[in-house]
Write a protein that binds this ligand. Structure first.
Ligand code: G3P
Length: 214
């Protein structure tokens, strides 16, 4: 299973990279706006830091605009993956970009049929938003299971990228279902690494070690 970090904050990317388990980065317009910095400056810095896939989102409302924007975003680096909102123009853009050999990440996925459509269009990744579904009293993880089953039924190579992750249980459930990737906020990465019994165990070992005659 691959781990991406869901942020545009370079300090968070560096900290997660130091864990040694970071495979890529996903950004979105909200995450970029939170940095308070110019898009271009933020993106150039991320590409200097990370070799794995980096998702950058298009903002054009129509397919032709999305494709043009994707070509410009691709200039930041070979590892750029173009995030396309799951819409009818988005499907058209994914099909065109796939034909051009440009990798896409179909974002804002909330249903299994949307996931089936983008797999048929050739998307490299589909991003189902589990946290936002949970917020609306739908089981986000049920969607992950349904997409996994559909993709396995037909051998679609599109990778399931679990997004809108809010807590460690989302990552655990995604791993148990067999999702390909989870994009994780930095705070959740930290929570995944910690356990109160580990902390207590370290303290006890330190205390006992101090009693060993030297
Ligand atoms: O990158 C897209 C996704 O992970 C957004 O998450 O928390 O805004 O629903 P959230």
């Amino acid at each position: 299973m691959k781990f991406f970090i869901d942020t545009a904050d370079i300090a968070e990317i560096r900290k997660a990279k130091a864990f040694g388990v970071l495979d890529g980065v996903t950004t979105n317009p909200t995450l970029v706006s939170k940095t308070g910095r110019k898009f271009e400056d933020v993106v150039r810095e991320i590409f200097r830091e990370v070799d794995g896939p980096i998702s950058l989102e298009v903002m054009s409302p129509d397919a032709r605009g999305m494709v043009e924007e994707a070509k410009r975003l691709k200039e930041y680096g070979e590892n750029a993956v173009i995030k396309i909102p799951l819409s009818i123009p988005g499907l058209e853009a994914i099909k065109t970009l796939t034909g051009l050999g440009i990798r896409t990440n179909a974002t804002l996925c909330f249903s299994p049929l949307q996931a089936l459509l983008v797999a048929k269009a050739g998307a490299s990744y589909v991003s189902p938003f589990v946290g936002r579904l949970d917020d609306n009293a739908h089981q986000g993880m049920e969607l992950i299971g349904q997409i996994r089953q559909i993709y396995d039924n037909y051998g679609f190579p599109t990778e399931i990228l679990v997004a809108s992750v809010r807590h460690p249980l989302h990552v655990l459930d995604a791993a148990l279902i067999g999702a390909d990737v989870a994009t994780i906020p930095y705070a959740v990465f930290e929570k995944m690494a910690k356990h109160p019994l580990t902390d207590a165990g370290i303290k006890a070992f330190e205390a006992d070690w101090a009693k060993v005659p030297g």
